[in-house]
Design a protein around this ligand. Sequence first.
Ligand SMILES: [Zn+2]
Length: 390
Amino acid sequence: MAETAAASTPTVRTYRFKVRGECYPWLNAAAIEVNQVWNWANETSYKAARPFFGPPSFLSGFDLCNLSSGATEHFEHIGADTIQKVCCEFAIRRRQFQKAKLRWRVSRGSRRSLGWIPFKAASLRRNGHSLRFCGKSFRVFERPRFVEIKRFRDGSFSQDSVGDWWLNLPVEAQAETNPAPKPEVGVDLGLRDTAVTSDGERLEAGRSFRSLEPQISEAQRRGHKRKAKRLHRTAARRRADALHKFSRRLIDRYQFIVVGNVRSLPLIKTRLAKAVLDTGWGILRTQLQYKGQQAGRRVLVVDEWNTSRACSACRALTGPAGVNGLRVRLWVCAACGIAQDRDVNAAKNILAAGRCAPSVSGNEPSRRSARRSRAPRPREAGNTRSDAAA
Ligand SMILES: [Zn+2]
């Protein structure tokens, strides 16, 4: 086979289809049964993990599946495959979060969990244009797109906060990986512009929530809960759309992408909270990482400490600092006299930090946390406290 520049890597893409409304009551009832299975697994795993002596040993997904055999006859809507998928998912999540017990899945009330019904690929049958699952026929929107799918993996039905149900079908695909035309870029994440690249490209803060805020507050004042939820969903979709388009542009254009590790969590309790939550920095970083992996790019997250203070030309710390420095968008370096744009300068510094980063994983502690933690110094033999006192 001739070697070409383009290669392809196997990936999984999840297709989402909205389920038609007439199926909602059945799905809601099935979701309650899924919650019962989850809570049973939670309780069983917790009780079994307390031996009389020795460390706790938790049940694996395999054990829970074995214990749940024969449970199908007690449920009206879900089958053995769904029960097994719930048990395995529970075991995975319990290990992931390293807890003895997870939260209960609540079926009613204000704190209820959003509906979720997993299934194995073999139990979802295609019957012409409709679907058959657990003896119930389903219809989904966007039929032509649905008919195109030949094979899919184990998927799920899931409910969003508005109450609509979606069918999620993971499909194996081949992603083309072409070498990018440009070598590298740094990305600075901020509030005025959600992201600015070292080449000067900007993703303007979409204000996806702010533009809908008057409508949302009016709906909430009038007690139209469902309308408010719909508007929140619209804002989330607009935000995701803008971020998807921007991350795709970067991935298509650059081979090496460096992003700052700015975290929104500490800022959420300040007066910037709404603006911070509206940016979706974490979503953008995640998108860059998984899209980069599919396209054969190198994506690196670096500590962005001092990146807006340092001059990208001479490295002197002459830039604006602190909360009062936030409004300074343009400044002239006192050391070298070069005029700098705040965000582009920061993006250039982030790119420089990525060039000299010691590893590609980005797992080592940041400089800030390393400074805070004080590792005990190695002590020489005989140099004990009593010796020092004597
Ligand atoms: Zn300078």
